[in-house]
Design a protein around this ligand. Structure first.
Ligand code: F6R
Length: 607
């Protein structure tokens, strides 16, 4: 996720911007840049790569000397990481850094082209810069208010206007921004750690509030230009805690980031309520060619593939096989040129998944990767790539990356099913609309946190657990079980509920804990029959189900209710949240190292 900073004061602006940006490195980035007023003119320096690359560029070339400017670290969304796509964007009159996604950028770009503007980058940010330039008549606050009334999407913006060489402007919607209040210096930043070296006092900028900072003044306006009085905040955190945004662990922060991560991933892939994967090169003609799909990945990413299999087979009526990459690569799979191999990977560097990609390419099979890290090996080497926009995932246990992988599985399934004529345009549009509403429902789902903490307190001394479910609930149980065991070190297994009585039920006694997931109406009664079977053998049962479902104590000891989605097919996106939270709190209560569980690494680049 991009990082934004801005500075006005007496110190060397370029140095401060780079130092502040270095405190936002945890957000992940692929390029960096600054715009600093030097002798009254905006000087922009930017480069693909790390902050040290920017520093080297300044050392070798020109380092602008001044006391007012903006800076940025970019996590690519529109357009690959490159010098040109790096921020700031703009011209001699205005310069902009941006975090977020402009949803109506195609329409705005067409408008600006008609007005004679030319574009040099592939970014949506350049549209904002040019729009500011177009509407600017001498009053920056008025101009910003006008521009944000036309822009749809999410944005945190840092802006400088050449006519105001001692001012930095900022505005935000759905992307965080704070205004740091120092002595003879003021700041803007995406997050508190950026300013902690200089001040602990800051204001929180709310939706569509416009900030104007000078060396010794901070003013905040609403969209109509009226001044807003705000309460000064004081950060008590140390720098490490601040990077976690006040959460105790990155994992919890990342669980809470899921609504934003999903929105950022889904929004650019939906046009007029229909899936829109053409920008990744995926056309209906191409999709129609495939007769079989292999989804290959490891761990959590493979579990996203299992949900994908259920959804693709149900909607698009095409055979899908899900494989563990380390098995697939050695099992001499039968691959033909009408197959599609989908690789899913957060890091894009997992050795076994990469090996499968290479194997598929040697067999002349089309490859599509779903990857979170831009420019990673798997993304670069596959024929097609759909990036997920989860932002950096720091906790070893994957949470938000899983959700965004699921969202792409759904979009892909909808587009494929429609391309193959298996679902009507109306049905495709209806499902896509439901998917776009998921981030809001997840916000609501996060309200189950206290219940999950309570459930975790009941599991803290467990030796073993079974996660059971049927259909999509079983697919999701696999992920719930992995999450719990990897961070709490309690043995657990996911089992298809209907399979229990073929052996595993002999393990069930009164010391066994069972998490039963039952969110699929069609399979609900069947799963509940299985729940009754384990309950009759003394097991302690935690039932995760949709709101409105009630059960007596002889069926479930505890219940966790999640919001309903109109179509059960989308329930895994919602139900993942309580399973993640139960795993998280169990790990916390057992005193485990939540973010860095023993023996595990975030990116598994060896076999
Ligand atoms: C578990 C987890 C792992 C990864 C797996 C694949 O929480 O994170 O199971 O999913 O190592 O990693 P990527 O997605 O980077 O290929």
């Amino acid at each position: 996720m991009c990082g934004i900073v801005g500075y006005v004061g007496e110190k060397d602006c370029a140095d401060i911007l780079i130092s502040a940006l270095s405190k936002l490195e945890y957000r992940g980035y692929d390029s960096a840049g600054i715009a600093v007023f030097e002798n009254g003119k905006i000087q922009v320096e930017k480069t693909k790569g790390r902050l040290k690359d920017l520093e080297e560029k300044l050392k070798a070339g020109h380092k602008p000397v001044g006391h007012c400017g903006i800076g940025h670290t970019r996590w690519a969304t529109h357009g690959e990481p490159s010098d040109i796509n790096s921020h700031p964007h703009g011209n001699k009159r205005v310069s902009v850094v941006h975090n977020g996604i402009i949803e109506n950028y195609i329409k705005l770009k067409a408008f600006l082209i008609k007005k004679g503007y030319e574009f040099i980058s592939e970014t949506d940010t350049e549209i904002v810069a040019k729009l500011l330039d177009y509407y600017y008549k001498g009053n920056p606050v008025e101009t910003i208010a006008h521009v944000i009334s036309e822009v749809e999407g999410s944005y945190g913006l840092g802006i400088v206007f050449a006519d105001f060489p001692d001012k930095v402007f900022a505005v935000r919607k759905d992307s965080p921004l704070i205004i740091g209040a120092g002595e003879n210096e003021n700041f803007i930043a995406s997050d508190v750690p950026a300013i902690l070296k200089y001040t602990r006092d800051y204001y929180l900028l709310e939706q569509n509030e416009i900030a104007v900072i000078t060396k010794d003044n901070i003013e905040i306006f609403d969209i109509h230009g009226s001044t807003i009085e705000k309460e000064l905040q004081h950060a008590n955190w140390d720098e490490e805690a601040a990077e976690k945004g006040g959460y105790e662990h990155f994992m919890l922060k990342e669980i809470h980031e899921q609504p934003t991560a999903l929105k950022t991933t889904i929004t650019p892939r939906v046009m007029e309520n229909m899936p829109f994967l053409e920008e990744c090169g995926i056309t209906s003609d191409m999709l129609n060619r495939f007769q079989k799909i292999y989804i290959v990945a490891c761990g959590t990413a493979m579990h996203a593939g299992v949900v994908g299999k259920y959804v693709i087979e149900k909607l698009a009526r095409i055979e899908v096989t899900v494989d563990i990459a380390s098995e697939f690569r050695y099992r001499e799979p039968v691959l033909t040129e009408n197959d599609l191999v989908i690789l899913i990977s957060q890091s894009g560097e997992t050795a076994d998944t990469k090996a499968v990609l290479r194997l598929a390419k040697e067999s002349h099979v089309t490859t599509l990767s779903i990857v979170n890290v831009k420019g990673s090996s798997i993304a670069r080497e596959s024929d097609f790539v759909i990036y997920t926009h989860a932002g950096p995932e720091i906790s070893v246990a994957s949470t938000k990356a899983y959700s965004v992988q699921l969202s792409i599985m759904y979009l892909f399934a909808f587009q494929l099913a429609y391309a193959k004529g298996e679902i009507s345009k109306e049905r495709c549009s209806e499902l896509t609309k439901m998917l776009t509403n998921i981030p809001t429902l997840i916000e609501k789902t996060l309200e189950v946190e206290a219940q999950c903490q309570y459930v975790a307190s009941k599991l803290v001394n467990a030796d073993s657990l079974l996660y059971i479910g049927r259909g999509l609930d079983y697919a999701l149980s696999m992920e719930g079980s992995l999450k719990l065991k990897e961070i709490s070190y309690i043995h657990s297994e996911a089992y298809a509920a209907g399979e229990l009585k073929h052996g595993t039920i002999s393990l069930v006694t009164k010391t066994m804990n069972i998490i039963a997931v039952a969110t699929q109406d069609k399979l609900f009664d069947k799963t509940i029959s299985n729940v009754k079977e384990v309950k009759a053998r003394g097991a302690r049962v935690i039932l995760v189900c949709k709101e409105g479902v009630e059960m007596t104590e002889d069926v479930a000891d505890y219940m966790v209710h999640v919001p309903k989605v109109e179509d059960d097919i989308l329930m895994p996106l919602i139900t993942a949240v309580p399973l993640q939270l139960i795993a998280y709190y169990t790990s916390v209560l057992r005193g485990c190292d939540v973010d860095k569980p023993r023996n595990l690494a975030k990116s598994v680049t060896v076999e």
